[in-house]
Write a protein that binds this ligand. Structure first.
Ligand code: NDP
Length: 453
């Protein structure tokens, strides 16, 4: 046993930190962890989980609207934002307790305070210090907003979960995950929503057909999507907030929400002073074992800005624990990570998109299907779904699956196993579809629509 207070001290009790702490403890390590906010981190407290609950809530109005097409007459309905937020908060409290329980059951010592690295083995926790053989930085990220006049009037996703009332008119700035998801939430709950994005289609970095179908789909939902537009300034007025756009137009809303990216949450952490290599934006530089330039200091999750998704952080934390304390060799492979955007219509995706595939895997065939989901034949909605396979010509392996439409995230989770396992188009062809589903399309597409490379 070392002379240090702990074998491992973790700074940050979010998805990555909690997983690393409890798995390390399970391997017999003496583990301490600190958290300045609430145990659970961004995902549980102010991210994925509360967001998904609001997404569910926002779908209800549409179900009620569609009911008539299926023969139902629904009486007067009413929505209460405070009730929704209260129910959501109760669920987050429950999950927070579960996370606290996970730590205490694993025998991890929790310090509910900010941690600062004083040197490679010492962490300051308020007015005390602790020492540890190994230290793991798992502090996550925080929202970033550009410096434009009036930016102090805007909210980010952090505050969106705690608004007292649903703003009747909302402007969302950004075209990434969070802006698209919240545009759908606010719109579904009945707000007038404008989404302002500087690019030509939302979700840059995704497959071009995904971007097109989501952009069109958001407009069909009634979102006023302003593409190739940015905000120059924001002014608070008696009636709300007035945005001046870079095309000279103005727009009055009740709430402006920025979702223009997140940055590593390294403020006040003392990383550079302690000798940890940190890039300009705050990103901690690590290798495939999540090890920093210092032998005993590691980092996982969004603070490393590799693939900023919760399951990736937990995977990194678990791999770190197994490698350092479980006697295993578990480098992290960030290839073929599936992802979803819970916008409306939602997206599920894994592997290469059409634009990048040929550069990375050589010549590819593209299989594509765009259709009206069966449900909407009776609901009357004009919405489209799309499914796309990218197949490497030489190996016949399916190297990309992209889906937009109802249940896309659920569908792609299953297909991600096939892509990660390197299954070929023949395997897909030999798989019998489940009828009638949308997903059967992925095993019944017979002829490529185009090829590249
Ligand atoms: P993203 O990086 O996804 O999107 C940021 C958006 O803001 C982009 O559209 C970007 O435009 C735009 N932007 C950046 N700078 C400016 C600027 N100065 N003026 C105007 N627009 C600007 O970040 P998010 O905040 O949406 O999400 C952060 C991260 O959180 C995501 O990357 C993802 O990793 C994670 N997340 C994952 C979710 C999921 O798994 N479902 C859900 C929510 C978040 P451009 O494209 O032109 O650069």
């Amino acid at each position: 046993m070392s002379d240090f207070d702990f074998d491992l001290f973790v700074i940050g009790a979010g998805s990555g930190g909690v997983r690393a702490a409890r798995i390390s403890a399970g391997h017999g390590a003496r583990v301490g962890i600190c958290e300045a906010s609430r145990v659970g981190g961004t995902c549980v407290i102010r991210g994925c989980v509360p967001k998904k609950l609001l997404v569910y809530a926002s779908h209800v109005a549409e179900e009620i609207e569609d009911a008539a097409g299926f023969g139902w007459t629904v009486g007067p309905t009413q929505f209460s934002w405070p009730k929704l937020i209260q129910a959501k908060d109760q669920e987050i409290d429950r999950l927070n307790k579960i996370y606290l329980g996970l730590l205490s059951n694993a025998g991890v010592t929790l310090y509910e305070t900010h941690g600062e690295l004083l040197d490679p083995h010492t962490v300051r926790l308020g007015d005390q210090t602790v020492t540890a053989d190994r230290i793991l930085i798992a502090v996550g990220g925080r929202p970033w907003v550009p410096e434009i006049p009036g930016i102090e009037h805007v909210i980010t996703s952090d505050e969106a979960f705690h608004l007292d009332e649903l703003p009747p008119r909302v402007a969302l700035v950004g075209g990434g995950y969070i802006a698209c998801e919240f545009a759908g939430i606010f719109r579904g709950l009945g707000a007038e929503v404008a989404q302002i994005y500087r690019g030509d289609a939302v979700l840059r970095g995704f497959d071009s057909d995904v971007r097109r179908i989501v952009s069109e789909g958001q407009r069909l939902k009634g979102i006023d999507l302003r593409l190739e537009t940015n905000v120059s300034s924001i002014e608070k007025t008696a009636g709300g907030q007035v945005l001046t756009l870079d095309n000279g137009e103005t727009m009055e809303v009740d709430q402006v929400m920025y979702a223009t990216g997140r940055v590593p949450n390294v403020r006040g952490l003392g990383l550079r002073e302690a000798g940890v290599e940190v890039r300009a934006g705050g990103q901690v530089v690590v290798d495939e074992y999540s090890r920093t330039n210092l032998d005993n200091v590691f980092a996982v999750g969004d603070v490393t800005n590799r693939v900023n998704l919760t399951p990736v952080a937990t995977y990194e934390g678990h791999s770190f624990a197994d490698t350092e304390f479980g006697g295993m060799n578990r480098p992290v492979n960030h290839q073929l990570v599936p992802a979803a955007v819970f916008c409306q219509p939602p997206v599920g995706t894994v592997g290469w998109d059409e634009e990048d595939a040929a550069n990375h895997v050589g010549p590819v065939d593209v299989y594509y299907s765009e259709f009206r989901p069966m449900k909407h034949t009776l609901s009357g909605r004009e919405e489209k779904a799309m499914m796309k396979l990218i197949v490497a010509k030489e190996s016949n392996k399916v190297v990309g699956v992209h889906v937009v439409g109802p249940d896309a995230p659920e569908i792609v989770q299953g297909f991600a196993v096939a892509v990660k396992s390197g299954l070929t188009k023949d395997h897909f062809d030999q798989t019998i579809g489940i009828h009638p589903t949308a997903a059967e399309e992925l095993v019944t597409m017979r002829s490529p629509v185009r090829s590249h490379g």
